[in-house]
Design a protein around this ligand. Structure first.
Ligand code: ADP
Ligand code: MG
Length: 275
């Protein structure tokens, strides 16, 4: 079942005495939410998803975390020390880091996740094929994973996590290297996970978030600037002009306000799922 996620007064420093990368964050998400974590570079998006995945303490033993995290029935005080995979799956901002480099083909790279989890590969063949088809990477099955392009690598990295069926899925800038078609696939995947997993993804743009997210978080220098649903986010869009590329959307919305019957404006707004 998709678990709820609650952060209470979470502050995180990469080293003692340094400025916090996350500062007094309190966030509460019901299970099954699709949440977009937005903000400019350096605002703390990657730190937040890595904290939720439990990988920070291992990678930065000198770091200092305060506050508590609750995922479903598990309350972590102090913050998690152990990697929470496969309950929580994370794709990293740099997908190349996620490729093991020890497997000769993309298909075997995906199988590696299942082997690590002790799952039976014979029973999972259909699942691997379905997932590769959904992600548009079937044609890459026999390719060497380390020779793929950025967008291809991003989708293979996503497959290595999705095949584990995590209840919480964290995606760090999943759309960045994807072309338009691959972004459309990603959108479908996120929509298909609605309610089945609690999903948090980071983005510096708002196009994909406006299409798929039902909760929006805006970070600025590690602090929570905003947390709210789609309607509230749209109402506050002008407030984020210095943090996010909101200008185009502001124009669409003001055009809609000015002439809501304009077929052109209505088509754009409907295509973006704003109505
Ligand atoms: P974003 O993903 O929004 O670009 P990050 O979470 O990567 O932001 O970074 C948040 C803050 O933490 C920034 O000030 C960044 O310089 C700092 N930071 C990130 N990684 C490290 C690290 N390994 N060591 C020290 N500071 C870091
Ligand atoms: Mg980042």
């Amino acid at each position: 079942m998709a678990p709820s996620i609650t952060l209470e007064s979470v502050t995180y420093r990469y080293a003692p005495g340094t400025a916090p990368a996350l500062s007094d964050l309190s966030i509460s998400l019901p299970g099954g939410t699709c949440c977009a974590i937005l903000g400019p570079t350096g605002s703390g998006k990657s730190t937040l998803v890595q904290l939720l995945a439990g990988i920070l303490a291992k990678h930065h033993p000198e770091s200092v975390g305060e506050g508590s995290l609750t995922i479903g029935d598990h309350r972590y005080t102090p913050l998690p020390n152990d990697i929470l995979f496969p309950d929580v799956g994370l794709t990293l901002q740099d997908p190349y880091v996620q490729i093991s480099g020890i497997r000769e083909t993309t298909r075997k790279e995906i199988e590696l996740t299942l082997e690590t989890l002790g799952r039976d590969l014979v029973n999972e063949g259909g699942n691997i094929e379905r997932l590769m088809h959904q992600l548009g990477i079937t044609h890459l099955a026999a390719r060497k994973p380390t020779t793929l392009s950025g967008g291809e690598t991003q989708r293979v990295a996503l497959a290595t996590i999705l095949i584990a069926n995590p209840d919480v899925l964290l995606l760090d800038e999943p759309a960045t290297a994807l072309d338009y078609g691959a972004q459309a696939n990603l959108k479908l995947i996120l929509q298909s996970l609605r309610g089945a997993a609690t999903v948090l993804f980071t983005d510096t743009h708002i196009d994909l978030p406006l299409e798929v997210a039902d909760y929006f978080i805006v970070l600025k220098a590690g602090s929570l600037q905003f947390g709210g649903n789609r309607k509230q986010f749209l109402e506050h869009l002008p407030d984020f002009a210095d943090l996010l590329p909101v200008e185009a959307w502001g124009k669409v919305l003001s055009a809609l306000k000015g002439d809501p019957q304009s077929p052109f404006v209505r088509r754009i707004v409907q295509a973006a799922g704003l109505l």
